[in-house]
Design a protein around this ligand. Structure first.
Ligand code: ADP
Length: 492
């Protein structure tokens, strides 16, 4: 055990590291729709290296059943009340790569999509909440800390305190991690009354009420013992009405119990030195391979320009959050800098149409690949010169970290995790790992792009220095895991 943890435990009067159960709607690699799954899949493995026994509890989704059913072991079953229905709960165990994952089985709720949307999704996760709490005493693993993630598991702390406090559950401490505050799980009071037996006295602004509804996430913000989010800057931002989505009041009141821990990336998966998905490998000391990656990418994507032309890329969900309004506003003007622009993403139909039209207007200079493509994303991180990420808000962001690892310099807006992970170029000291702009303004973004393009063209040595700085940054998950470990111990 690390000396530092020994001391922290001693201060708490504990003689062992905490046991942690991580509750989440998704967990990579078995079920994944976004970054949450990566965190939940990676964190317990890094915690294990620190000596912490952390396990995951997650729904037994159809996609998991299809792929892993022959590796899953049935543990026990029982039933829970969901409104007027009595529902079956099966608890299965899957051990993958040393990580124990408890799977909550129920075909009615988890027989198809991970997220059904609307009220059906609320029902899925109200059921999951109840199933987790009733299953815990029989898992043979009683956690000291229950680590909840996003709104889908944010009712756990409230039910624990208001309905399970007299049982041994009362010993558990809870941590709620907010990965994205924009999604809160808002439903009418009757939903919570019927499905989770929440008493009427909790439907007030001090507890669950928000704009005439009640929200899973608000309950978590009120009742969890500690709160954290996925970057220090985002932790500050969500205490402000611009970013707080109505939860800024409770979060400001609990600011001293709210921290920010930057996520990390899997350094083995994203490694230009060994990545099997890219045409030529490279590293900090041997950058030639990157040029070969760029040329092959440009050729395959139909970009017809001199290989020295700056190639700016985006790999992203196409939503307002990701700053597409700014791109729409000035993309044509930016093309005047004699660049190539490559987009991989999908999302809002209006943005998708905008990109297709832009591609037609700038044939051979803009390419948009609408869809999800893991292999292409690696080739883009390896082959592009710059990655544009002008987000309106960004809790953490992984794309900019991946880009830096491949020597692709990010151009970001200074918000959330982008602000915490990208060091802007300083023309006086030569320091930096990318470029940034402060305000959500299209012409500020354009100026940042112009500055980056100018440097790329005219100051090759400085550019290579920045690439090396970026590739030398350590965004591995080990650092995040240590911070989570400190937080768990602090909770005891
Ligand atoms: P968010 O989780 O908000 O979508 P992040 O930057 O945290 O944004 O993580 C996005 C992850 O998904 C990155 O690993 C990125 O490479 C990947 N990604 C996003 N869109 C696509 C796509 N269309 N094809 C392949 N990978 C994608």
């Amino acid at each position: 055990m690390k000396r530092e943890f020994q001391q922290l435990l001693l201060d708490k009067g504990w003689d062992r590291l905490p046991r942690v159960l991580i509750a989440s709607a998704e967990c990579a690699p078995i079920s994944k729709t976004g970054g949450l799954a990566d965190v939940v899949g990676t964190l317990p493995k890094s915690l294990a290296d620190l000596g912490i026994d952390a396990r995951v509890i997650t729904p037994y989704h159809r996609c998991v059943k299809d792929k892993y059913h022959d590796q899953v072991e049935h543990m026990f079953s029982f039933s829970v009340d969901q409104g007027w229905r009595s529902q079956y709960v099966g608890i299965e165990r899957l051990v993958l790569d040393g990580l124990t994952i408890y799977l909550v089985d129920n075909e009615y709720y988890f027989g198809d999509k991970i997220y059904r949307g609307g009220i059906p999704e609320g029902e899925q996760y109200a059921f999951f909440t109840r199933a987790v709490l009733d299953a815990i005493p029989n898992l043979g693993f009683f956690p000291d800390v229950l680590h909840c993630n996003d709104w889908h598991t944010a009712m756990l702390p409230m039910l624990l305190r208001t309905q399970y406090g007299y049982f041994e559950h009362g010993r558990m401490k809870t941590l709620l991690t907010i990965h994205n505050i924009a999604y809160q799980g808002k439903f009418g009071f009757e939903f919570f009354r019927d499905l989770l037996r929440v008493e009427d006295r909790y439907f007030t602004p001090e507890f669950m009420e928000i704009n005439g509804c009640a929200a899973f996430l608000k309950a978590g913000c009120v009742f969890a013992d500690r709160l954290n989010t996925v970057s220090p800057s985002y932790a500050n931002e969500i205490c402000d009405p611009f970013y707080g989505e109505g939860l800024e009041g409770i979060l400001s009141a609990r600011r001293h119990q709210l921290s920010g821990i930057l996520n990390g990336i899997d350094k083995k998966v994203f490694n230009p030195h060994s990545d099997p998905l890219i045409p030529k490998r490279f590293d900090k000391g041997h950058l030639r391979g990157k040029q070969a990656c760029k040329e092959s990418l440009m050729f395959d994507m139909g970009l017809q320009a001199d290989p020295g032309t700056p190639l700016i890329a985006m790999v992203t969900r196409m939503t307002k959050q990701k700053g597409f309004d700014l791109v729409e506003r000035v993309l044509d003007e930016m093309m005047g800098f004699d660049i190539c622009f490559l987009l991989l993403g999908s999302g809002d139909k209006t943005y998708e149409k905008f990109m297709r039209d832009a591609e037609n207007r700038h044939r051979g200079r803009i390419c948009s690949y609408i869809g999800y493509n893991e292999e292409l994303s690696h080739r883009i991180y390896a082959g592009a010169d710059m990655l544009l990420m002008p987000s309106l808000f960004e809790p953490c962001g992984l794309s900019q970290m991946i880009a830096m690892r491949y020597g692709t310099l990010p151009i970001v807006r200074e918000t959330g995790g982008l602000k915490d992970s990208v060091i802007p170029y300083n023309q006086y000291t030569g320091e930096g790992t990318g470029f940034s702009f402060a305000n959500y303004n299209a012409h500020e973004m354009k100026r940042a792009v112009e500055c980056a393009v100018g440097l790329y063209r005219d100051y090759h040595d400085i550019w290579e220095g920045l690439m090396r700085n970026a590739m030398g940054m350590d965004f591995g998950f080990e650092r995040s895991a240590e911070e989570y470990a400190r937080l768990y111990i602090d909770l005891l």
